[in-house]
Design a protein around this ligand. Structure first.
Ligand code: GLC
Length: 663
């Protein structure tokens, strides 16, 4: 059951797609206090577990820490970071009382989950203008499914987007992209996509292509002949440059965010000074979205939207204040405080709250200060693209994902987890984020495999890929200046070929589970507790996940490990994709086990009485040969396989499902 409570005058985020009448009075669970802003408290029992918050730091169980929804361009995902790129304000308390809470509030809101006081959940924000949804049900899983229905169907990408993609910030010339494609094909490492980071553009101008590419359509087409799609990046900031049509049209039609005095708001990002499209204004959103056609006309079938918190490197106002302070600093004898002060101020010009408070949107003719609706920018930039791509190609799906998001955006695109690092702990963070993301509707998701920042290592990349085999978005991406991270850069290329090959062998299962989850508002990745609610140990396992209804995964995320400890909540079949291409199966009893996992293998566990489809390896999604499909798992089991053409927008669950029986 879902009950809605409205406080003040909430901003309409359009994250919820069903009409629910607001209740009178207060929610049954917890206390609300409106004396200073908005505050919600609930007393936690020792054994309560708190799930949710989507793309957020730390564990599957959010207890013991503090999380702040305030979309941030922060590439340092240390343990003490409160805000990442997204705000997914849905949580579930599971224990003596089990209920879900969704706070539909687009500005900064803090979730203190037993951090300040270990037995108190405290959720608070400055302004008491918000909708709260309280969801009760049989279990956290049931509550999640009710919530998912309430926020609408998750985005569905084309099937090729379930292939592997190679990316790097640093590919610049047409030859760079071709080399990546060629090297993968020459080495027979499966691949479907090569991503284009900002350097494909002319001076980082959105919807332009630098002259080196010549006839871009031809270029795109040539790679497609080899079943490789180019996926370009689009940034939020539109470069200020006379003669650049996107800039000129935006200025002429008042489609950019404004300052208080009505002038266009200016912020520096990669291109230098830019304006931000006012994606909260439906007319501007339509205009910006329509620009994607410039690239789809050239044959492009997918995009990643970036820098859309939006990230601000600095504003002219911020720099001018800094210069004044520097002048004073230069003219006096420095103290320690002066030196730290000026360096702090210089660092503080980026993503400065003062700047977000001096930017405005036009919402139905009313000027709305950006910081009041900050967390909606990435959502609406991606909505602009998603709505436009639907109009441009009504019959065909397009790949689309974003860095920043809010609940509601899951209907238009996926998300990648942003600028992680080549750290072992970030493999674990990747694992933990997956089920929470799914709870909030974000099914098409994955992290930069191998790590974005810092230098990767061969073993780290291999282990991370072995997790990426299971994530819908499977992309190796890295930062300019770091060690080259394409699979062919390392010794024993056959190991990479094998690990990525497993993705293609499992692709019918991954795709089927994704589609079933999307079409029934279900999760693809679940915490073990959602499947084994009475198992006290399973409830606290944070490094293994249920994937679909058939399997459990337990990736290795420790350097130099020869394997790992795995907890089996029931008897399961260990399935090992070995380096020589064979599939070994070992029945294992419920309980604790140490399982050896060489770096060049992928393992998974099939649940009792179930089976999964596995096909022969292919080098791209289009080449997967379904006639090679076999069922791996328990005797006398069956699997409901969903499949479709992979590109139209017709998704008939009944028509597209067949039951496969294993003898
Ligand atoms: C941001 C993105 C990253 C990209 C870089 C350059 O840091 O998160 O993925 O490579 O910008 O465009």
């Amino acid at each position: 059951m879902i009950k809605k409570y409205t406080y003040g005058k909430p901003f309409q985020t359009e994250s919820v797609v069903v009409d629910i009448a607001a209740e009178k009075g207060q929610p049954d669970h917890g206390n609300i206090d409106l004396t200073a802003g908005f505050s919600y408290t609930f007393g936690l029992e020792d054994s309560d577990i708190v799930y949710g918050l989507g793309e957020a730091n730390r564990g599957i169980n959010k207890r013991g820490y503090k999380y702040i929804s305030n979309n941030a361009d922060n590439p340092h995902h240390h343990e003490d970071v409160y805000s990442l790129y997204a705000s997914h304000n849905f949580i579930i308390v599971s224990g003596a009382q089990t209920f879900g809470l969704y706070f539909d509030y687009p500005s900064t809101i803090t979730f203190d989950v037993g951090y300040t006081k270990c037995d108190e959940l405290h959720i608070f924000c400055d302004s008491a203008d918000l909708d709260i949804y309280v969801i009760t049900g049989d279990s956290p899983y049931d509550i999640t499914k009710q919530f998912r229905k309430m926020i609408g169907r998750s985005y569905i990408p084309p099937k090729f987007a379930f292939g592997f993609g190679q990316s790097r910030w640093g590919y610049k010339t047409p030859e760079d992209f071709e080399t990546v494609a060629r090297k993968y094909r020459e080495n027979h490492i499966p691949i479907d996509m090569v991503y284009m980071d900002i350097d494909y553009m002319d001076s980082y101008k959105d919807f332009t292509i630098n002259d080196d590419f010549g006839d871009f359509s031809e270029y795109v087409e040539n790679l497609k002949k080899d079943n490789i799609r180019l996926i370009p990046i689009i940034d939020a900031g539109v470069k200020i440059e006379e003669g650049y049509d996107v800039y000129e049209e935006g200025v002429a039609n008042n489609y950019f965010c404004k300052r208080a005095d009505g002038s266009d708001f200016v912020a520096a990002v990669w291109p230098g000074y830019t304006h931000f499209p006012d994606v909260l204004n439906p007319e501007a959103r339509r205009w910006f979205g329509a620009k994607y056609k410039i690239l789809t006309d050239a044959g492009i079938e997918g995009f990643w939207n970036d820098m859309n918190e939006p990230a601000i490197f600095f504003t002219p106002e911020g720099v001018s204040e800094l210069k004044k302070a520097m002048k004073k600093f230069i003219e006096k004898d420095e103290t320690v405080d002066d030196v730290w002060g000026i360096s702090g101020m210089a660092a503080g010009v980026a993503n400065n709250p003062k700047d977000y408070a001096s930017m405005y949107h036009n919402v139905d003719g009313e000027m709305v200060r950006h910081d009041k609706v900050h967390n909606l920018f990435g959502y609406n930039m991606t909505r602009a693209a998603g709505e436009a791509l639907r109009e441009i190609s009504p019959d065909e799906r397009r790949l689309l994902f974003s860095r920043s998001s809010y609940i509601g955006m899951h209907r238009y695109g996926g998300v990648w987890m942003g600028d992680n690092k080549s750290w072992w702990s970030h493999i674990l963070l990747n694992i933990k984020m997956l089920p929470s993301m799914n709870m909030c509707g974000f099914l098409y998701t994955g992290a930069d495999l191998g790590g974005f920042g810092c230098d990767t290592s061969r073993d780290l990349l291999l282990r991370w890929l072995a997790l990426g085999v299971f994530t819908p978005l499977m992309r190796d991406h890295s930062c300019e200046g770091t060690r080259n991270q394409e699979c062919y850069q390392f010794e024993h290329i056959e190991d990479f070929r094998n690990v990525i090959g497993v993705r293609y062998r499992l692709l019918p299962y991954i795709y089927s589970e994704y589609m079933k989850a999307a079409l029934t508002d279900d999760m693809m990745f679940k915490p073990l507790a959602f499947e084994y609610p009475d198992d006290r140990i399973a409830a606290h396992v944070e490094d293994q996940l249920m994937l679909g209804n058939e399997i459990m995964i337990a990736p290795v995320y420790t350097q130099n490990a020869i394997g790992r400890y795995v907890y089996l909540p029931e008897d399961m079949l260990l399935v090992r994709f070995t380096a020589d291409g064979s599939v070994e199966q070992t029945e294992m009893p419920a309980g604790h086990h140490f399982v050896e996992v060489p770096e060049n293998e992928v393992i998974l566990f099939v649940r009792s009485g179930k089976c999964i489809p596995v096909v022969d390896v292919a080098e791209c999604v289009a080449d997967i040969d379904k006639t090679t499909m076999q069922l791996i798992g328990y005797k006398n089991s069956s699997y409901m396989l969903y499949d479709d053409d992979g590109y139209t927008r017709e998704y008939d669950l009944e028509k597209n499902c067949v039951t496969l029986n294993k003898k």
